[in-house]
Write a protein that binds this ligand. Structure first.
Ligand code: FMN
Length: 184
């Protein structure tokens, strides 16, 4: 029997290289019209010392981006490897809108948004008014959106860091630790 060799395309090769990029695992807290939300994000980084700025790349159709556009603030929660960090992260690996999950159609379109924060201990940020801070986060930042940039298939929000604090000791949760990939 003649075996078939599956050829990798150049795109497969690039994707494999980009999968090697390590990321932190962050939970972005947002709110609008009194309805807070939290989404997991890898694409978060500091981009300026003075002023202190961070950027987050949002999927165009994420409800979190809608909240940032409407309200202008967000929190960045850095999860902890210790304790329940991994279980906590797992609670956020879905969009709040069930229709956004690939392959879900029909019934999903009439399902109400998922409340990812149900049963999770949070307190509302003062400086990023109402945006959730996770009580178990290793550290958090409170940010005000300064620039919103359309970039490829994501939207980059550059936020000024108004305040931030380490809440617990431990090691930060990373994509290397979880094995989850959001790249390529
Ligand atoms: C490990 C992981 C990393 C993710 N990183 C990002 C990210 O950097 N930006 C983003 O917009 N969505 C990211 N997502 C997807 C969102 O968490 C989520 O599916 C959705 O887009 C947010 O929807 P919501 O704002 O309506 O809750 C990631 C998902 C996973 C599982």
């Amino acid at each position: 029997m003649v075996g078939h060799r599956i050829e990798r395309t150049e795109d497969d090769i690039i994707k494999e290289a980009m999968h090697e990029m390590p990321y932190g695992i962050y939970v972005i807290g947002t709110t609008a019209e009194g309805r807070p939300n939290a989404m997991i994000a890898d694409w978060v980084m500091q981009v300026s010392f003075s002023p202190r700025l961070v950027m987050v790349a949002f999927e165009r159709d994420s409800s979190s981006l809608g909240r940032v556009r409407a309200h202008g603030y967000f929190t960045v929660n850095l999860l902890n490897q210790e304790g329940n960090g991994m279980a906590l992260a797992a609670k956020f690996v879905q969009p709040s809108n069930p229709v956004k999950v690939k392959g879900r159609t029909g019934d999903a379109s009439v399902r109400p948004p998922v409340d990812k924060l149900a049963g999770i201990n949070t307190h509302p940020s003062e400086r990023a008014p109402g945006c959730p801070i996770l009580d178990d986060a290793l550290a958090y930042l409170e940010c005000q959106a300064e620039q919103i940039l359309e970039v490829g298939d994501h939207v980059v929000v550059v936020g000024r860091v108004l305040y931030g604090e380490v809440q617990h000791s431990g090691e930060p949760l990373t994509s290397t630790y979880t094995g989850w990939s959001y790249s390529g």
